[in-house]
Ligand binder design. Sequence first.
Ligand code: EPZ
Length: 421
Amino acid sequence: MDSFVIEGGTPVQGEVAISGSKNAALPILCSSILADDTCTYQKIPDLRDIRTIIEVLSNLGMQVSGVDESCVLIEPTQITSQEAPYELVKSMRASILVLGPLLAKYGKAKVSLPGGCAIGVRPIDMHLKGLAKMGAEINLSHGYVVASAKQLKGARIVFDKPTVGGTENIMMAATLAKGTTVIEGAAKEPEVVDLADALTRMGAHISGAGSSTVSVEGVKSLTGLEYEVIPDRIETGTFIAAAAITHGQLMITGVRHDLIVSVVEKLRETGVIIKEIGQGKLFVDGRCEIRPIDVVTAPYPGFPTDMQAQIMALSCIGVGVSSITETIFENRFMHVPELMRMGANLEEKGTTVIVRGIKQFQGASVMATDLRASASMVLAALNAKGLTEIRRIYHLDRGYEELDMKLKSIGARVERIRGDL
Ligand code: EPZ
């Protein structure tokens, strides 16, 4: 297992480009199952999770090829199986997003239950209830969801709380259902909107994506498409935090300002200067004292849970007392003990962590536990006095494209140490 060794204390400087969004690409690649001909996708980031979903789609019999470093071409019509096996799904729970499309297009699906992950149980009950409401027969058997439906029918589906994956699965299933489906309490995340835009380009009839009520009028079939996914808003926030925590200056390109309003607002509260420059550029000046902040994660457009660990790392070097409250996942503080090993003064109180500012992190050996926790350790290491070794960096490779190369290109002292498997 690879690890990073980082020598902290160097302000980042220069320019870095944001990759395509992992959480937009994953459902959009799954939506190719619905297409009657070739789908070409641009700005697909080269990540472990993307390679896993491509393996799941290839395992269904679809022809998937990488045209160049960020373009993926899918021929969906050669599909020979409707099964997503445990070996693949266990390593990437978003594989459950093939369920809706398979049911809608082929009337059957056998998808391994994703199981929990480090940050929580992460059930899929709302996905399954919604599909059942659309007429699917759903059975759980030996760790698999075994589903069938002669013809899905439109239904009114009410989510008791927003679910990004649930909204995406139902939206995809509804595109080929008979009649109209209305999703009340839908997730409003930009990745849901990006999926809706891609489906619309394939001929789907969707309205209200990005609001809490999404309506989908079923159609007979969907064509292929050419599509470019949105930039990764969480990678963007992570690099803003990198400039802030190292008191550096950074130009970030390929940014969609409208997707990161709550993140920029909260980071500006720390005193960091963030200037929106036209054509998708953001200039960050972190040469300031970090002021204390209070953060409560929330569904979009609130402060994203996927930035919680990163902003906690930044607030650790702030003056005064900050508070970070996690409201989405039940176990998303795995980075707390690791940050404390690096000298952070943190006190967990239920769903809130109280952060008392320290001057600077101390380098230490730490262990990555989940994707965004490992990002927070990288940020802490960039600030730290001395060397930090972060083990199990495969967590990071799931969601950040060539992070070590990108950090090196802006002056950070990062080495990837290749470990044995
Ligand atoms: C998506 O996960 C993202 N992943 C997550 O990003 C992100 O943290 C999350 O949305 C919240 O924004 C992808 O898009 C691939 P949810 P998802 O369904 O869809 C509960 C990252 O770091 N829930 O919106 O799985 C669930 O347990 C990852 O990139 C049910 O109870 O999240 C959670 O508490 C991590 N029943 C809450 O809802 C269900 O049927 C929100 O989950 C579904 C969800």
